[in-house]
Design a protein around this ligand. Structure first.
Ligand code: UD1
Ligand code: UDP
Length: 364
């Protein structure tokens, strides 16, 4: 009997997390393992720069189906994914649905699979910000309350799950598939054209990303954050690849001339910019982990993080409630006064292999 797995991906960070899983399954298959997968793109992200570019850069196979859910309110998007994913599972019933991360696609597909009595495995399970105003925290809590198997990035994520009543035998601490991708692609990082266009030099600019609703959905708030960043960075250039959610709000804001914007970048170009920067300012989840792995200073503009290890052992500093201290913190970073951090255990490039091996063992 062949094990049939349906892998779900819908948004930018999902693509980066599933790329090494598809590769690992193919490696096990080539060694004779009886495992097959269908890759389902929910269509949550759809612009070339938010979706297809990752398939090209990371060598992810064409999805077997694209559910074309598109954008909408939280409920509209989640519901649209659910309706189409139910049809997909009724036509192609797998043994296991594998979801990653904490986006609406993760939540929607987990609920649909469980209602059809299909097993669900959650990759990156158990991380918690404790902030239920974040849509992602709701997605994490609901997904983990119904999943069958939990693949975790850190021991703390496993402890969170146990505290919520999950059977410890279903939790597997395997490491971080996003870091698998980083390690696999590191030799391919690529200078983006804006590097020369903005006269950037290695180690002499800051990289910025912002897309959390709490930071960007109110243009006044976004303008205030940008002004605080500029106060701290002074003449140091800030490169700002802008997420589509943020782009809409930026239209009404006057940016200082040292802040250089561009559209969302491809993975290889964006990682090049992290690697050559003096540090990163972000509200992204994944970028907190990538900067920790690359030993790059990171300031996270959020009140909480679901990735506390990046603060405790990594290079991340959480601004918390002290947004007014952004200028001082940036000034400290640009002076080079920062911790170098260490890399969390099992963030070693072999996480996807461990996941696939465990899945094969579970369904043998
Ligand atoms: C989603 C995830 C978030 C994740 C982020 C990664 C949820 C609740 N949020 O947030 O956890 O950190 O993706 O980037 O799942 N848009 C485009 N083109 C696209 C995609 C989106 O223009 O290809 C615009 C649309 O106007 C859309 C807005 O961006 O309304 C937000 O997209 P959406 O997927 O709803 O949420 P994100 O903010 O991207
Ligand atoms: N990323 C990218 N191009 C960009 C911005 C981010 O390739 O212009 C990558 C980044 O390196 C990380 C992932 O996208 O691997 C994180 O996605 P995002 O910040 O959108 O989502 P989150 O991790 O916050 O859910």
């Amino acid at each position: 009997m062949s094990i049939n797995v349906t892998i779900v991906a819908g948004a930018r960070p999902n693509f980066i997390k599933i790329a090494p899983l598809t590769k690992a399954i193919n490696v096990y298959k080539s060694q004779g393992a009886a495992i097959e997968y269908r890759l389902i793109h929910t269509g949550q992200h759809y612009d070339d720069v938010m979706s297809q570019s990752f398939f090209r850069d990371l060598g992810i196979p064409e999805p077997d189906a694209n559910l074309q859910a598109g954008s909408g309110t939280q409920a509209e998007q989640t519901a649209s994914i659910m309706v189409s994913f139910e049809k997909e599972l009724l036509e192609n019933r797998p043994h296991l649905v594998l979801v990653v991360g904490d986006v609406n696609s993760t939540l929607a597909c987990s609920i649909v699979a469980k209602k059809l009595n299909i097993d669900v495995a959650h990759v990156e399970a158990g991380i918690r910000s404790g902030d239920r105003t974040m849509p992602e925290e709701i997605n994490r809590l609901v997904t983990d309350s119904i999943a069958d198997y939990y693949f975790t990035t850190t021991p703390l994520a496993g402890e969170n799950l146990v505290n919520e009543g999950v059977d410890p035998q279903k939790i597997f601490w395997v490491g971080n598939t996003m870091i698998d991708t980083l390690i696999a692609q590191r030799s391919r990082f690529q200078e983006p054209s804006i590097f020369n266009a903005y006269h950037l030099s290695a180690g002499k600019y800051l990289l910025l990303t912002l897309h959390r609703p709490s930071n960007v959905d109110d243009p006044k708030n976004l303008e205030h954050i940008i002004s605080l960043l500029h106060q701290g960075a002074k003449e140091t250039p800030i490169v700002f690849p802008v997420h589509p959610r943020t782009q809409k709000m930026l239209a009404s804001i006057n940016l200082p001339s040292t802040i250089h914007t561009c559209g969302p970048l491809g993975y290889l170009e964006f990682l090049y910019l992290i690697d050559k920067s003096m540090g990163v300012v972000t509200d992204s989840g994944g970028i907190q982990e990538e900067t920790t792995y690359l030993h790059k200073p990171c300031i996270t503009l959020r009140t909480t993080t679901e990735r506390p290890e990046t603060v405790e052992v990594g290079t991340n500093v959480l601004i918390g409630d002290a947004f007014d201290e952004i200028p001082q913190l940036i000034a400290k970073l640009t002076k080079g006064d920062w911790k170098t951090g260490t890399i969390p255990d099992l963030w070693d490039g072999k996480t996807s292999e461990r996941i696939v091996e465990k899945v094969i063992q579970l369904y043998k």
